[in-house]
Write a protein that binds this ligand. Structure first.
Ligand code: TYD
Ligand code: MG
Length: 447
């Protein structure tokens, strides 16, 4: 007689075992094991199926644009038929709103039926939201309920051009294999949605919940299964929302989309630099401007430094928006390579607007801001600073300089301080070439 062995799977890492333990031996998480059932093995076919690579068709996929500019850009130009997108984010960030807008917009602009499946909210709640964001059309169909097979059955014979599933954790496949949201259910739901999208050759979007540490809840392999993973996030109490691709099989992952949550839904923000720059206080000592790159999006950033005299032997170094070790390193470069004493001052650095700068091009503006604060002299107005700084105080070139300078010109900067080794083609702003931080500061501090 064949005995069945019960298997267990870790919901964090997918480790499978036959003994259920409290702690996963693979990823050390506690209490993550759930019962696991093998998927039925596929029927064997006799003919081997390999293909010659160069003989394959390489047509770029035809995109379905959602009409929401920022979403389309992050997707790499729009949705791809048969492609599945997973979008994750904190509760209340606006995932349902964004996808309802996208669904309504596709239905309206293409005049095709679109299906919105919701396992989370009632008809009345969704209808209320749709009327609030003015997206209800006769081509937009709604299914509310949590039985996935019942929901997907509607795709047959209805010619839907696109569907949204809100959310992958709220749907269940068979009532006997656990609660919605468990590892096995989430994986099964995702797999069926992927199969349905591929079979009908239409795009699908899955909405996903995230865990406390910001990862999409459910099995890790969920992100491997889909074609595109988007992360929708916001900061604190701000009404601005950021959309980034974490994975994209049909485009790049370095685009940033910015939205503002308004009374009538999410609005794409076109002038992104305006978000982090108030354009007034640039002639204050300790303030330097730069153009940072978030993927392909240039953003004006304002770096502010404050130097306060201290009598303590260990002066404070506090940083927000720039990594603290980098800030300390740049302060040391100013001290040693430019002969400006820093040891009798507490130094604070901040990137205005809550922006966080990872781009090394912020080194030079940070150095300029530190020197300007210590000398208590403002920097030359109308100037932006772009350069990486090395330990010898040398100024190194930055990536995509022309794109940054174009944005600087658009925002009304008259001059830009760049590395002498930068290859600049753009001539819309006056270029000040420097090879050392010391040289950059000479003449650019207003006496
Ligand atoms: P929602 O899309 O339900 O978030 P999620 O699906 O990610 O949980 O958005 C809910 C929040 O958005 C809610 O707190 C109210 C706000 N909101 C607006 O400010 N304006 C609007 O037009 C809509 C529809 C929602
Ligand atoms: Mg929601």
């Amino acid at each position: 007689m064949k005995t069945t062995i019960t298997k267990y799977i870790c919901s964090e890492c997918g480790y499978i075992t036959t003994t259920k333990t409290g702690k996963c031996p693979s990823c050390s998480s506690w209490g993550t094991f759930e019962e696991y059932h093998d998927a039925p093995s596929p029927a064997k076919s006799d003919t081997p199926r390999v293909k010659i690579m160069s003989a394959l068709d390489v047509k770029a996929p035809e995109r379905i644009t959602t009409g929401i500019s920022e979403l389309d850009r992050v997707l790499g130009g729009g949705l791809v038929p048969g492609g599945v997108v997973l979008i994750g984010g904190q509760p209340g960030i606006g995932k349902s709103t964004l996808l309802l807008q996208a669904a309504g917009s596709v239905a309206k602009s293409y005049g095709v039926p679109v299906l919105y499946i919701s396992g989370e909210e009632s008809d009345a709640q969704i209808a209320l939201r749709a009327s609030r964001i003015n997206t209800a059309t006769e081509k937009l169909y709604l299914y509310s309920g949590s039985e996935l097979n019942d929901a997907l059955r509607n795709l047959d014979g209805n010619n839907f051009a696109f569907f949204v599933l809100d959310s992958v954790q709220a749907m269940s496949v068979d009532s006997n294999s656990g609660w919605p949201g468990t590892v096995t259910q989430v994986r099964e739901v995702a797999q069926r949605v992927i199969d349905a999208a591929r079979e009908k050759n239409i795009p699908a979007v899955l909405i996903g919940h995230i865990t406390k540490d910001g990862k999409i809840a459910g099995p890790m392999m969920l992100e491997h299964m889909v074609d595109t993973v988007l992360n929708f996030s916001g900061e604190g109490y701000s009404s601005y929302r950021m959309l980034r691709a974490v994975k994209n099989r049909y485009g790049s992952t370095d685009e940033l989309g910015i939205f503002e949550m308004c009374e009538d839904g999410l609005r794409p923000v076109a002038d992104k630099s305006g978000l982090y720059w108030n354009r007034d206080d640039v002639s204050v000592a300790g303030v330097a401007m730069t153009i940072a790159l978030e993927g392909n999006t240039p953003l004006a950033a304002e770096i502010q430094t404050l130097a306060a005299r201290t009598v303590f032997p260990y002066p404070r170094r506090t940083s927000r928006g720039i990594e603290i070790n980098r800030f300390q390193l740049l302060a040391a470069v100013i001290e040693r390579r430019c002969n400006i004493a820093t040891n009798n001052h507490d130094l604070y650095i901040n990137v205005a607007g809550g922006l966080s700068l990872q781009d090394p091009s912020a080194d030079l503006p940070a150095c300029a801001a530190i020197a300007s604060a210590l000398k208590n002299k403002p920097l030359k107005p109308g100037t932006c600073w772009l350069g990486e700084v090395g330990l010898a105080g040398e100024v190194r070139p930055v990536t995509r300089i022309d794109l940054r300078l174009k944005e600087a010109a658009r925002l009304g900067f008259q001059s830009a301080v760049v590395s002498s080794r930068d290859k600049v083609k753009f001539d819309g702003v006056k270029i000040i070439r420097v090879s050392h931080v010391d040289e950059a500061l000479a003449g650019l501090l207003v006496p």
